[in-house]
Design a protein around this ligand. Structure first.
Ligand code: ADE
Length: 246
């Protein structure tokens, strides 16, 4: 998969994309990330990327020309058309479903917005999708781009060791994840639930499912309304609810 990131601060990306799992995905050739400096496409003598808003008001607006030229330079001739995504608080809210959908694409172009925003004609004529990572305002689209790249990268085949790793994550089932424990069995007086040491796989599976349902019910009941629950889930959930917080 190829991701081109258009930014006026390419230096912000060194670190997060050069470590750990994303570093390995890039080295293995599963993920190609190109950082493109929008300023390099500015054609005026000051290499400006922003200008005053028409109509007045505070702040600056990103100029359309360098963004159009940078995007056009990323689009391969005769190739399939990439999804062109603007990171903005005004976009569709990012979630695991959207990460999965984007992970299935061959080529993404991410445009990191800044200042008071981008010239509206970028939205009108260039962008195919707008994404927000949450209802808060950041200084620019760089951190959101990194969040999205990270969430996508771990879904690409061959990036994580165990293929079932991502299937069991919080949200992949539409539920939060069950509690996990590792050694020692007793740590500062706190014991690992005995069922996990029982070796009984069916009991362990049921316990985990019940815990996932309980945690979701307690913390994110909104997720239960849209989750795809089996007969068994409904029975376990009814037990959890009847026990209250016990
Ligand atoms: N740019 C500034 N804030 C943002 C957000 N929450 N999501 C995406 N892009 C942004």
């Amino acid at each position: 998969m190829r991701i081109d990131v258009l930014t006026i601060f390419p230096g912000m990306f060194s670190g997060p994309l050069d470590e750990s799992i994303i570093k390995r995905a890039r080295e293995k050739g599963i993920l190609e990330i190109n950082l493109i400096d929008i300023r390099a496409f500015s054609q005026d003598k000051h290499r400006s990327v922003d200008d005053y808003p028409y109509g007045g008001g505070p702040g600056m607006v990103m100029r359309p020309e360098p963004i159009f030229l940078a995007v056009e330079a990323c689009i391969p001739l005769g190739g399939s058309s990439p999804e062109i995504i603007l990171l903005t608080p005004q976009g569709e809210r990012f979630n695991q479903r959207l990460a999965g959908e984007l992970a299935g694409q061959e080529h993404l172009i991410l445009i990191c917005g800044h200042y008071e925003g981008v010239d509206e004609r970028v939205r009108q004529a260039l962008v195919t999708r707008e994404i927000s990572i949450g209802d808060y305002v950041l200084t620019g689209g760089e951190l959101p781009a990194m969040v999205i790249i990270d969430a996508i990268a771990r879904l690409l085949p061959g990036v994580l060791g165990a293929p079932e790793g991502t299937a069991e994550d919080s949200f992949s089932w539409g539920l939060l994840e069950y509690p996990q424990y590792t050694r020692p069995r007793i740590f500062r007086g706190m014991e690992v639930p005995p069922v996990l040491l029982s070796g009984n796989h069916e009991e362990i599976r049921l316990w985990r499912r019940r815990q996932a349902l309980k945690r979701t019910w307690q913390r994110r009941p909104d997720l239960l309304e849209v989750a795809n629950l089996s007969q068994e889930d409904r029975r376990l959930l009814a037990e959890v609810v009847s026990e209250g917080d016990a």
